[in-house]
Design a protein around this ligand. Structure first.
Ligand SMILES: C[S@@+](CC[C@H](N)C(=O)[O-])C[C@H]1O[C@@H](n2cnc3c(N)ncnc32)[C@H](O)[C@@H]1O
Length: 189
């Protein structure tokens, strides 16, 4: 995120923030009021906020949270410089990914960055066509991961005037990272 330009004053929304695996570090790094997290699993969010975060951090950094399950980032009434979806597109159905891209278009600044991890579909791992979230959530205890074709993700970006850049795989879980931004105005047809 630093390489993508994250600054202490950046406004960031963490979609499916879970127990704050990334949120913990981001809340420390960002200025007060700059971190927002969406997590519909109340238990996970409470563990993150009350057990993982140290006492005093809530008052000091004033992170904001919401439990809506619709990836609705408008609830915060902000325009964000960064969207993060960490281990979220590895479970989300295609329609949910489209909703996240639409939220990005609606609720981000012109030069905002959307960083997301995913598992690219290939001959060994079929492209996920299901219509539901796949894996644990506020509605399911069944674990699992799914794969999406990068070609499909790129087409969704193209349709919205967004550009996609592959960043490579992370060493911990082997997930591929993607950076999405608006196309410069000059490149709009
Ligand atoms: C694999 S976890 C990743 C959590 C966190 N981003 C991390 O990296 O540790 C996926 C998270 O997405 C949440 N989730 C499931 N459905 C969601 C929805 N509709 N909107 C937002 N988050 C959702 C799950 O509850 C879970 O906490």
């Amino acid at each position: 995120m630093l390489r993508a330009g994250l600054k202490p004053g950046s406004r960031l929304v963490d979609l499916g923030c879970g127990v704050l695996r990334a949120g913990y570090w981001l809340i420390h790094f960002l200025d007060p009021g700059c971190y927002c997290g969406i997590e519909p699993h109340q238990g996970r969010l409470e563990m993150g906020v009350h057990t993982i975060l140290k006492p005093g951090m809530l008052d000091l950094k004033r992170p904001r949270f919401d439990t809506n399950p619709h990836f609705d980032t408008s609830v915060f009434g902000d325009k964000f410089d960064f969207f993060l979806a960490y281990s979220v597109w590895t479970h989300a159905a295609k329609q949910q990914i489209e909703i996240m891209l639409d939220s990005f278009l609606r609720d981000s600044t012109d030069d905002a960055v959307f960083l997301t991890s995913c598992l690219p579909a290939n001959w060994r791992h079929a492209d996920y066509r299901g219509e539901q979230w796949y894996g644990t959530s506020h509605e399911s205890d069944v674990p699992g991961c799914i794969y999406h074709r990068i070609r499909w993700i790129r087409a969704q970006c193209d349709q919205r005037g967004l550009t996609l850049r592959k960043l490579g795989r992370d060493e911990t879980h082997g997930q591929s990272w993607i950076e999405i931004r608006r196309l410069p105005q000059s490149q709009h047809l």
